[in-house]
Write a protein that binds this ligand. Structure first.
Ligand code: BGC
Length: 444
């Protein structure tokens, strides 16, 4: 299997995110983001790691983009740090930040790599968080102002856009479970944040459509195949609830179906209290592609003691199935099935895998960074994607997560997902064996 098996127009890229790679978090006029402040709170990230230096991409973007090219990828996905452009969230502009992204874009174009911008990858300006962040309705006008600025500023050079990275990911981890920034908890915060995010997702896309000529606009959903632990009625229903939340909750409003409230009284109540039907038109957008990001399937069991969802994950290690160092099950067939699940909506015309990858403990053997598990992982997942494509699913691109080891949110610098190794003391990049595998795969 080589990249040519996927057709000549297929997009191959690496995905990254500002807070995870840039560093220079407190310099060059950038305002603090919620990840800068959250990571400084005791116990919030492993070993108290924070994104202030990360991979120092801010100073090394030229070498890193050269590396993307050397490996043979034709797309570089990166996100804009909102607070580098608007340090206080809106109104006051930081010209130095604006110029930085021009430089990154120009470097991509110079090297013949297509830049793909994510507008929001989780690093909300702290100043906006103080005013309620995603739980406050005011976030929508602030986000629209930011989106409009980016579209006007970069739209003549950048055609590929992703509005929001994993709405379910950051609203659930950051506003319900409190394990990601801004560390808020509770179902009510989650539902408030979710509604405003669903609105922002479509608003942002409409702004891009209006401002950017020939734009190719997508948004990126996390997804996981949900497998009931047993065929008992209770497990089946628990799996259905989790599926509604993790796979359907943010997708269906985009498709004009509203939130998936029918099968679950909690969602029904949310829809009623937030009058979500009033926003149904606003949450809808005909995206050019639907980005899906898959890392693991979940096996779900009924559990009466878990509030709201009454469901519990049966972990991969307890089921003794292969998993990564994150504890995430490795299961390429499940990747195939979740692609099919998303493709089954007639409104979904084009799917791009906007993230997929794995963290392992890499070994240094004879000066080489040896990561055979990661290479095997990619081989299996790409074969699964090819199977779906050959069966008629319109998959048009694949972006590997990720270019280099980086700041893995609450896991700090310990979880390494890169196909390039980064030494965080020296910022030395070394291509891993999986990176060389990619280079070969992409060359034919
Ligand atoms: C996120 C990335 C993250 C990756 C691995 C995705 O959910 O978009 O930022 O690093 O998963 O955890």
């Amino acid at each position: 299997m080589y990249s040519s098996d996927f057709g000549k127009d297929f997009l191959w890229g690496v995905a990254t995110a500002a807070a995870q790679i840039e560093g220079a978090a407190n310099s060059y006029g950038k305002g603090p983001s919620i990840w800068d402040t959250f990571s400084k709170r005791p116990g919030k990230t492993k070993k108290g790691h924070n994104p202030s230096e990360a991979c120092d991409f801010y100073h090394r973007y030229k070498e890193d983009i050269a590396l993307v090219k050397t490996l043979g990828f034709n797309v570089f996905r990166f996100s804009i740090a909102w607070s580098r452009i608007f340090p206080l969230g809106n109104a006051v502009l930081n010209q130095e930040g604006v110029s930085f992204y021009h430089n990154v874009i120009d470097e991509c174009l110079k090297r013949g790599v297509t830049p793909m911008i994510t507008l929001y990858h989780w690093d909300l300006p702290e100043a906006l968080s103080k005013e309620g962040g995603w739980t406050a309705f005011a976030i929508n006008s602030a986000f629209n102002e930011y989106a409009l600025f980016c579209a006007k500023e970069y739209g003549n050079k950048v055609k590929h856009w992703i509005v929001i990275n994993e709405p379910f990911g950051f609203t659930s981890l950051g506003y319900m479970l409190g394990v990601h920034a801004p560390g808020q908890t509770g179902v009510s915060n989650f539902f408030d944040a979710a509604l405003h995010t669903a609105i922002a997702q479509a608003d942002g896309a409409k702004i891009l459509r209006a401002e950017v000529k020939d734009a190719i606009i997508g948004t990126a959903f996390s997804c996981s195949e949900i497998i009931p632990y047993t065929q008992s009625g209770q497990d089946l229903l628990a799996a259905k609830r989790v599926d509604a939340l993790m796979n359907r909750f943010f997708l269906e409003p985009v498709l004009g179906m509203g939130f998936p409230t029918a099968e679950w009284d909690v969602l029904e109540k949310f829809a009623v209290t937030h009058s979500t039907w009033r926003h149904q038109e606003r949450m809808k957008f005909d995206f050019d592609f639907i980005g899906i990001q898959n890392y693991f399937p979940l096996v779900i069991k009924y559990n009466a003691f878990v509030p709201v969802v009454q469901a519990w994950e049966v972990k991969a290690k307890n089921r003794r199935v292969p998993h990564t160092v994150m504890g995430w099950e490795i299961n390429a067939d499940s990747f195939y099935r979740i692609i099919k699940q998303f493709a089954a909506y007639p409104e979904v015309k084009n799917i791009m895998i906007t993230e997929n990858g794995a963290a392992f403990h890499d070994k240094v053997i004879d000066g080489k960074i040896d990561d055979p598990e990661r290479t095997e992982y990619f081989k299996a997942y790409l074969a699964a994607m090819l199977r779906a494509k050959n069966e008629g699913v319109n998959v048009t691109g694949y972006l590997a997560w990720t270019l280099m080891d980086n700041f893995e949110w609450a896991e700090g610098y310990q979880a390494r997902f890169g196909i390039v190794h980064n030494d965080f003391k020296t910022q030395q990049r070394t291509i891993k064996q999986s990176g060389y595998w990619w280079q070969d795969f992409l060359s034919k």
